[in-house]
Write a protein that binds this ligand. Structure first.
Ligand SMILES: [Zn+2]
Length: 95
C-alpha cells in the first residue's frame, strides 16, 4: 500500500518505499538526503518495510471477507473510523 510522509527538513512528500530497504538510500530523504531516525536507522528501515507489507495485508484479508457470501456486511465505515482513531492515538502518544 502506498504510504506517504513529509520530510521535516525539506518538507517534500515521499513514499515510504523510497526510504525502505530496497531503495537507493535507505533511511534517507530521497530529495534532500536528510537521515531519518539517525540513532536507529536500521529499525526505521525495517519498520517502513513492515508497515507497507502489513497495511497491504490488512486490505487483502478484509478483501477475503468481502468476497465471501457471509450473510453479513462488514461495517467498513466503522472499521475505518476505528482504524483512524487508533492510528491518531499513536500520533498523540509519540508527541
Ligand atoms: Zn528532505
Amino acid at each position: 500500500m502506498r504510504i506517504q510522509a513529509n520530510c521535516n527538513t525539506c518538507e517534500r512528500t515521499f513514499l515510504l518505499s523510497q526510504i525502505g530497504p530496497d531503495s537507493d538510500a535507505p533511511g534517507r530523504c530521497p530529495f534532500c538526503g536528510a537521515r531519518f531516525a539517525r540513532h536507529y536507522t536500521s529499525l526505521l528501515v525495517e519498520a517502513v518495510h513492515e508497515a507497507e507489507i502489513e497495511t497491504a495485508r490488512f486490505v487483502q484479508v478484509l478483501g477475503k471477507l468481502q468476497a465471501m457470501e457471509a450473510g453479513f456486511d462488514l461495517d467498513i465505515d466503522g472499521l475505518l473510523r476505528s482504524f483512524e482513531e487508533q492510528v491518531r492515538g499513536n500520533e498523540r502518544a509519540s508527541t
